[in-house]
Design a protein. Structure first.
Length: 174
């Protein structure tokens, strides 16, 4: 994740002339930011298991560069919600959540012989049978299916059934 942040920061700095340009509209700058910076930042983000400190780091990066696009200096005391309202961009964590659910649905709908389908099906089954006990001296590892559960509030097996029932054409709001 740190590598992704540094790559996105370098893309952002290489576009500094665009961000300073007074002629370009804000909507154009926002679309460029999404296409060039956010795509680099969130490359393969749907596979990450994020801790809360990493979520905060991603959100801080996102806010910092939105402020740069809007020409907001740190001494102006503009809140993050106001910055988000001006740009109209969702939080980074929401984008990752949407991508994660999309990938989960795609893999769930693969044919049964596909290795990715079999591996995820096994992981979903293990997530339901995972015991709450275990080694109490260590922090439990965060699993990708646990992230799905935290994002949706639904058990991975229910998500699996929903993804298969709804198919490719319809959208499920989680």
């Amino acid at each position: 994740m740190k590598r992704r942040i540094s790559l996105a920061a370098s893309v952002m700095s290489s576009l500094s002339r665009i961000w300073r340009d007074k002629i370009l509209q804000l909507s154009t700058k926002i679309r460029l930011y999404q296409a060039l910076v956010m795509s680099v930042l969130l490359y393969a983000a749907e596979t990450w298991t994020l801790l809360s400190c990493e979520k905060k780091t991603l959100e801080a990066f996102h806010m910092k560069y939105q402020r740069q696009i809007l020409h907001i200096h740190w001494s102006q005391h503009v809140t993050n919600t106001e910055v988000s309202a001006r740009t109209g961009l969702p939080p980074v964590v929401d984008s990752i959540r949407r991508r994660r659910l999309s990938v989960f649905g795609h893999i769930a709908r693969f044919t049964q012989g596909t290795p990715a389908h079999n591996a995820l099906h096994c992981q979903v089954g293990l997530a339901c049978r995972r015991s709450l006990g275990g080694d109490w001296r260590r922090r439990p590892h965060a699993h990708w299916t646990d992230q799905l559960h935290n994002n949706t509030g639904s058990v991975p097996t229910n998500l699996w059934k929903q993804a298969i029932l709804w198919g490719h054409g319809k959208r499920v709001k989680f």
